[in-house]
Design a protein. Sequence first.
Length: 291
Amino acid sequence: MIVNPSCIPCITNQVDRLIRLTIDDESHADAIRKLLNELIGEKVAGEFSPPEIAQMVYAMITSHTGIADPFSAEKEMSNREALELYPVFSEYVAKADDPVAAGVKLAALGNIIDLAILGHVPDADSILQEAEHAEFRIDEFGRFTEDLRRAKTLLYILDNSGEIVLDMLLIETLLDRYPGLEITAVTRSGPIINDVTLDDARAVGLDKIVKVISPGGDAIPGISPVRTPEFAGIFGESDIVIAKGQGNFESRLLNRPVYHLFKIKCGVVAEFTGYPENSLIFYYRSGADEE
């Protein structure tokens, strides 16, 4: 998905938030804001995805402030709060008629645990109430279960801190239902906004359940079009790839089938998919023709 001018207000809002977190001096902030606005204006006219633009913005702010992880405290809080809710969500999935379907829906609903948008972890009741009533606007669960019957390997590309707890629950449920399935989870390669890093995966205990890897290269809040040989290998060879979150959906040059699991969070993606904001999406992307 190529960025378009309608993305600029969202990118600008994230820039303002990053500047408030990292720069106290107003004149310095204004100078950085000017540089970033020039960068954004230039790159929006090019062939870049929203995650690629976000990576450039984040890298510039880090280079000018020396602060590599301004969301560190917020991510720790998000993971901690989500872990406190884990027993409630685990019980819900265990009692479901189809635990895998319940786990997929909770993981999608967990995509709203996004400090960049919501600022806090929703309470368990609100998520479970939505789970009872919400339906996927795009639902490839049938295809997914057929693929699972044949699959030996699954790559799960994570998204945000906090919601990783619900991803972990889905991964545990898949392992329980398909004990021969080998699952590898992928974080971001370093701090970028409030996305999951290896430290976050270890903090919630995901590394004790499955192998967790970093894709290497520059940290980007999506799937980088420039992949290290190691990550390119596992990305290309896995029988199934699940890419969690809107940033992964916005990524380009995937060149392979991918299941995208997310909640629509902005008007641009709503227009792109044809469904309104807050819709649950479980979309099968067949490959290079759907960039």
